[in-house]
Design a protein around this ligand. Structure first.
Ligand code: NZQ
Ligand code: ZN
Length: 389
């Protein structure tokens, strides 16, 4: 294992009815001005808005609403939230939603107290957060990103066509309420793409050095098998509580830093997907589904032992009569088949990249991960995009 220091500042409350059970008491620990942040309105249709505003009202809070946070939140939306937070002297930001609402609110929590340009000083380079962000609490309504228990915030600068993120521990939410029942109303396509995002996080961590025996890789294999099994169950019955609750916690576990301990981590697929998102505004999990198989077909020989292990431990591929390369490739193809089985897209075309020149243009804007099994070049990224087209 590599050296590490581990801390996670978020207190997680998990399970059925956890919002009505814990939020009233949690709110007593904060002053009165609350910024209630949410997305495009799903919480008004499924009853979550009514429940949360009822609890805020009973607690005597002054509520300012910050709504309309879009999937793939923009820098402009962050600035809008920061202005509201400053003008209303907000004491607590309550983010009710998925990764987009959570990420936007983390950026708002910093932008509201920072005098400089947070895009330049934090998102474009790894700065050090020395100011105290506005306290943040999260009520998760859709699972996948794991943003509820880390300091990661992925923001799109729509004018610069850059989508990028940083994980600042200071931006971790102080509390996160995770009720799997809240995810029942998530449309099937989003449930599937969100869970694929979780699986992607696990793979991005697994396929990186060190390869020798380590606790993180073994926990990771169990989590990957759990997501695959429970996603199949949840597709069969979206109200299977066991399946939905496992999907929620597996997703949190993938991104609460525990799985990354002692690992270099890759995240090249995320770096590529983020740029596809910056150009097309595609769904994050869908973009990852398109890029993972061509990326792994491109690099599996560079990380052969781990790809063999993935094939046998995660997909149950039989070793007999096969070379190591055949086993490793069979694992990648099992992943590609799973993506088709769960109905996610398999080409850049389906994400809105409609000509090869544009695919090349996007490829040329992607950051290169130092954690990949292969020392990637610009040509590698172009080849992966060509194969994904
Ligand atoms: O906006 P509303 O109307 O609420 O609808 C949302 C949205 O359309 C809907 N939804 C959420 N909860 C629902 C629901 N619909 C019905 N019932 C509910 N209970 O779901 C749609 C997608 O929401 P979004 O928050 O965009 O999805 P997700 O959680 O997948 O977040 C994606 C964003 O997170 C970033 C992605 O890049 C993307 O910008 N990521 C953040 C990470 C992090 N902070 O650690 C890591 C990830 O790798 C990822 O990059
Ligand atoms: Zn992701």
């Amino acid at each position: 294992m590599e050296n590490f220091v581990f801390e996670n500042l978020t207190k997680a409350y998990f399970g059925k009815k956890c919002v009505s059970q814990y939020l009233p008491e949690i709110l007593q620990g904060y002053d009165d001005n609350v910024l209630l942040a949410y997305g495009g309105g799903s919480i008004k249709r499924n009853g979550i808005y009514e429940e949360v505003t009822g609890i805020l009202k009973a607690a005597g809070k002054n509520v300012t609403e910050f709504s309309g946070i879009m999937p793939n939140p923009t820098y402009a939306k962050v600035m809008e939230g920061a202005k509201l937070a400053r003008e209303n002297k907000i004491d607590l930001i309550l983010a009710v939603g998925g990764g987009s609402v959570m990420d936007c609110c983390k950026a708002v929590s910093l932008a509201a107290v920072y005098d400089g340009d947070i895009w330049e000083d934090f998102w474009m380079k790894a700065g050090t957060v020395t100011v105290k962000p506005v306290p943040l609490g999260i009520i998760m309504t859709v699972t996948g990103t794991g943003s509820e228990m880390n300091g990661g915030a992925v923001i799109t600068h729509e004018l610069l066509k850059i989508k990028t993120g940083r994980d600042y521990p200071a931006l971790n939410a102080q509390f996160a309420l995770l009720d799997p029942l809240y995810t029942y109303s998530v449309p099937k396509r989003q449930m599937v793409s969100g869970s694929f995002d979780s699986l992607s996080h696990m793979m991005e961590i697994y396929f990186s050095l060190p390869n020798e025996d380590n606790v993180s890789d073994e926990i990771n294999e169990a989590l990957m098998r759990s997501v695959i099994r429970n996603l199949r169950k949840a597709i069969g019955n979206p109200e299977d509580y066991t399946a939905r609750s496992n999907l929620v916690w597996a997703s949190t576990m993938a991104e609460n830093r525990i799985l990354k301990l002692g690992k270099k981590t890759d995240f090249e697929c995320h770096l590529m997907e983020h740029q596809v998102g910056a150009y097309t505004d595609c769904n994050h999990g869908c973009g990852l589904a398109v890029l993972h198989p061509p990326y792994y077909r491109h690099i599996y020989k560079d990380g052969l032992p781990k790809f063999v292990r993935f094939a046998t431990e995660v997909w149950g591929i039989d070793l007999s009569g096969k070379t190591e390369e055949e086993v490793a490739l069979a694992g990648v193809e099992a992943l590609a088949d799973f993506i088709k089985e769960i109905g996610l897209p398999t080409t850049l075309w389906e994400l809105g990249v409609t000509d090869k020149k544009q695919a090349e243009e996007i490829a040329d804007t992607c950051f290169l991960s130092p954690g990949s099994y292969r020392k990637l070049t610009r040509e590698d990224i172009r080849a992966i995009f060509a194969a994904a087209f």
